[in-house]
Design a protein around this ligand. Structure first.
Ligand SMILES: *Cc1c(COP(=O)(O)O)cnc(C)c1O
Length: 370
């Protein structure tokens, strides 16, 4: 059942939709291909612990960016393997204590981590090797492969569970040549490294839009992020996914103002006629950008669009409900089915990832499934 609390601002997370989206991607992959669910940044702004608890028996791996995010999963009794995308030396203690599996992205980091483990007489600690194939963010270079082999030959401290890389433009068909070149570089690095290994690490390079555009390169695992949360970079694929996050609020107050009166700070809205104004308890401190105000964006109330008028305040925003049958206490949809996050992103000149992850921790998260 849907525990929607009618009197606060909540971000509802639909477990059924999450599961639908997971199956959609599973169906695009071979049955034996492993799935890593990316739950970094609070599960793309949703609720990492709830999402991961729900998915833990349905996926093979989780990924988070930083060690405290991995600790949060462990504190919720999630013992699925966790790939830690950005291990910092300051987090080594947490990494080892929580058995988070670091992505080692430089020879220095490999050396540091081996030294750390050897000082504690630890062996076979699972790690992942990150290769920079063209994003130029984190990763080893092809020329590091031989030195890495030498380091590995001298230690038992680490065991390479996977080798992976990240695509720079997997969503863009115009960059197909570049993407295929990234994959070819990755293959070459893996082949060099693998010649000297006892085990055969998993390989993975595809993110959500990589699965959509390059499924034939799925290798042994894929890293599914935004798609799980119901968002695609492709319009056709978007139709196949179900909406996961609905940001809901409520009408706190309704007033009618006369022609010539203004609304909000700076008097940015001036009524051209008698106008019914509703005040909603959500503002830019909750992650709704100010640039979504002043007539750019809208919310949905009782199935109808209500334009945001005046500047969005820190904790509130005002909408025009002149033509909407509504009363104080009625539910307001800030995003979800309408407006959708991709639509907001487009109008605000950003990407859905930023909209989702900007929803501040002040907003209560409610996970539900039917
Ligand atoms: C965030 C991230 C992903 C997930 O990307 P989506 O586009 O959300 O599917 C995969 N791999 C790495 C390394 C990431 O940082």
């Amino acid at each position: 059942t849907n525990p929607m609390n009618n009197h606060v601002t909540v971000l509802e997370i639909d477990g059924n939709a999450l599961e639908h989206n997971l199956h959609y991607f599973k169906n695009k992959l071979h049955q034996k291909t492993k799935i890593l669910a990316v739950v970094k940044a609070f599960g793309y702004g949703s609720d990492a612990a709830k999402v991961a608890s729900f998915l833990k028996d349905k996926v093979d791996y989780f990924a988070v960016a930083y060690a405290p995010e991995g600790l949060l999963l462990r504190n919720h009794e999630i013992d699925t393997p966790v790939l830690l995308l950005h291990p910092l030396p300051a987090h080594f203690e947490t990494i080892v204590a929580q058995r988070l599996e670091p992505s080692l992205y430089s020879l220095d980091l490999v050396r540091h981590f081996i030294t750390y483990l050897e000082a504690r007489r630890m062996e076979q600690f699972p790690v992942h090797i990150k290769f920079n194939s063209g994003l130029n963010r984190l990763g080893l270079s092809q020329s590091d492969a031989v030195i890495l082999q030498e380091l590995l030959a001298k230690t038992k401290a680490i065991r390479i569970v996977s080798v992976f890389s990240h695509l720079a433009a997997s969503e863009d068909p115009n960059e197909r040549d570049f993407t295929l070149d990234q994959i070819a570089r990755f293959d070459a690095f893996y082949d060099t490294l693998n010649q000297k290994l006892d085990n055969t690490p998993l390989r993975h390079i595809l993110n959500t839009s990589g699965i959509f555009n390059y499924a034939e390169k799925q290798m042994e695992m894929v890293r599914l992020g935004i798609g799980l949360y119901g968002i695609s970079n492709d319009e056709e694929e978007q139709k196949e996914l179900e909406n996961v996050g609905t940001l809901k609020s409520v009408i706190s107050q309704i007033r009618t103002i006369d022609k010539g009166e203004s609304v909000g700070y700076g008097r940015r809205f001036i009524a051209e006629k008698t106008t019914k104004v509703a005040t909603i308890p959500i503002g830019y401190a909750d992650g709704i950008r100010r640039s979504w105000g002043n007539g750019v964006g809208y919310v949905t109330i009782n199935g109808k669009q209500a334009k945001i008028i005046g500047s969005i305040c820190m904790d509130m925003l005002m909408v025009d409900v002149t033509d909407i049958d509504c009363k104080e206490g009625n539910t307001v949809i800030v995003f979800g089915e309408n407006p959708t996050v991709p639509l907001m992103a487009k109008k605000l000149n950003t990407i859905p990832y930023e909209i989702l992850t900007s929803i501040s921790q002040r907003v209560k998260r409610v996970f539900f499934r039917e």
